[in-house]
Design a protein around this ligand. Structure first.
Ligand SMILES: [Zn+2]
Length: 344
């Protein structure tokens, strides 16, 4: 694949438009204004003063993942069963083309577990449609962005028979044309920006969801920042040579929290648990992100990452939810809660 030897962290901002880019690995998009963030200490619907969101980017081998897609897809049944057992929902951001070609069964498992299913683009790599090597939405103009957003929305809504309320872009990379397309599609939320940045402290948009503003334009969209630093991929897939910034970010967090750094799923559970505890202590919101194609990567260094990483994480979230230490919700639920709270 053309992108295989490229680092994900490139010095690429918006190639078209005035604003945008992505926020990981010491980079920050241009023009984002954090407007009306949800205040710390807000009391959530189950009485907790923190909210935790479990989100999945479902992309098989349609993106840059290298795991076994048939294993990934089969895993959704176990993941959804575990969510149901714990009585908590997750948000699945699914590549539209993958849902069309590999679904609908796995999408039905997600809906059956009361989860929210939304697009993660229609295609994952924009060059697959337009040629050249421009991968990201923020490299393209209004027409291409409308197509990427609307076709993603159409593909997922056809399978779910539900109105689509949100969107996560591949690589979280955008420009103002992307947000214009979100607005045109009537979306309520997006989740593209990074919460924090351990490589370049000071970058990052904070934990709290906020109303998106790009330059002068305010969008009727709740932006829900996500963990772009200690997510699954960085912990046990990233290679120090090809993607040193990811590994460095995880290591930095481990050092800050006295967590021994090992590139294993079990270490990932410890890191995620600490991130959850940080959000609970800070009375704020935290959005976890997992790429389940990485749960289908085999290695001598681990067994089944679903058993060793994902299921323990879901049990932990369920326990925090039941103990009312956190409200575990979907992005759509958080967006609804945001407007209700900010308008009262
Ligand atoms: Zn992706």
């Amino acid at each position: 694949m053309a992108t295989e030897e490229r680092s994900l962290v490139e010095d690429v901002k918006h190639k078209q438009g005035k604003y945008g880019g992505f926020s990981f690995g010491g980079q920050e998009p241009d023009g984002v204004v954090v407007r009306n963030p949800l205040p710390a200490g807000t009391v959530f619907p189950n009485g907790a003063t923190a909210a935790l969101l479990l989100t999945f980017d479902v992309e098989g081998t349609y993106g840059n993942g290298t795991g076994d897609m048939s294993v990934e897809i089969a895993n959704y049944q176990r993941i959804c069963d575990k969510l149901k057992d714990n009585g908590i929902p997750a948000t699945f951001n699914v590549v539209g083309k993958m849902a069309e070609e590999q679904g609908p069964e796995f999408v039905e498992w997600m809906l059956d577990a009361d989860c929210e299913v939304v697009p993660h683009g229609y295609i994952h790599e924009m060059y697959q449609r337009y040629g050249g090597d421009d991968v990201y939405a923020g490299h393209y103009g209004p027409d291409e962005n409308i197509k990427q957003v609307q076709e993603g929305v159409d593909a997922i809504s056809r399978l779910t028979h539900k109105a689509i309320r949100g969107f996560r872009l591949p690589y979280g990379h955008f420009n103002e044309y992307t947000y214009d397309a979100f607005e045109q599609a009537g979306l309520a939320w997006s989740s593209n920006l990074g919460i924090d940045d351990f490589i370049a402290p000071g970058l990052g948009f904070g934990n709290a969801p906020f109303q998106m503003q790009l330059g002068e334009k305010v969008y009727p969209i709740v932006e829900i920042p996500l963990d772009s630093q200690t997510y699954d991929w960085a912990i046990w897939i990233a290679d120090e040579q090809a993607n040193a910034p990811f590994v460095k970010a995880v290591r930095t967090y481990c050092d800050m929290r006295s967590i021994p750094f090992t590139r294993t799923p079990a270490c990932g559970v410890g890191i995620w648990r600490q991130r959850m505890l940080d959000a609970i202590a800070g009375k704020t919101v935290f959005t976890l992100i997992c790429h389940p194609i990485n749960l289908a990567v085999r290695s001598e260094a681990w067994g089944d990452p679903v058993d060793e990483f994902m299921l323990p994480v879901i049990d932990q979230l369920g326990q925090f939810h039941r103990d009312r230490q956190a409200w575990v919700c979907t992005c759509g639920q958080l967006a609804d809660f945001y407007w209700k709270t900010m308008q009262s």
